[in-house]
Ligand binder design. Structure first.
Ligand code: HEC
Length: 126
């Protein structure tokens, strides 16, 4: 009985620790500075080709609940939307790694804090 109770407590504690605190993540990106961002800004940027032929949409598509396809390798990419893929946006390390890589691929530079936060807000609520 005690063992079961303990496992339940550990389980609840671990899921809370693992859940991402987005406000904290955003403050880390912006270095605690006030930045303007929005999901709608993220949506607008999503399909914008700053460099010709390249946008987030190129690989992930515009409907985030649907799978995407890598424009170079043609590999299927699982949907980014949490509605169809609850594993998305659950690991800070993964988010940081892929934002860095994808921004470099798409814009040949890293994304600004405004851009990163807007993208994540767009993904979170779509
Ligand atoms: C060249 C193709 C490509 C482009 C362009 C691209 N991505 Fe990705 N993205 C990937 C791949 C591949 C992964 C990792 C594989 C996976 O998780 O399914 C990924 C993963 C991600 C993740 C990780 C989500 C998570 O928690 O699992 C985020 C966030 C993301 N992309 C955002 C973006 C944004 C924002 C842009 C535009 C600036 C963008 N991507 C452009 C291919 C691309």
């Amino acid at each position: 009985m005690n063992k079961i109770l303990l496992s339940i407590i550990i389980y609840i504690a671990s899921t809370n620790i693992l859940a991402i605190d987005f406000n904290k993540l955003y403050k880390g990106w912006s270095n605690n500075q006030q930045v303007s961002y929005s999901a709608s800004m993220g949506k607008e940027l999503w399909s914008k080709e700053i460099l010709p032929g390249k946008s987030c949409k190129s690989c992930h598509g515009s409907d985030l609940t649907q799978p995407g396809k890598h424009i170079r390798t043609n590999k299927i990419i699982k949907p980014l939307s949490l509605k169809s893929n609850p594993e998305r946006l659950t690991k800070e390390k993964k988010i940081n790694k892929w934002l860095k890589r994808n921004c470099k691929f798409t814009y040949k530079r890293e994304c600004s804090p405004e851009e990163k936060i807007s993208f994540i807000e767009f993904i979170r609520f779509n």
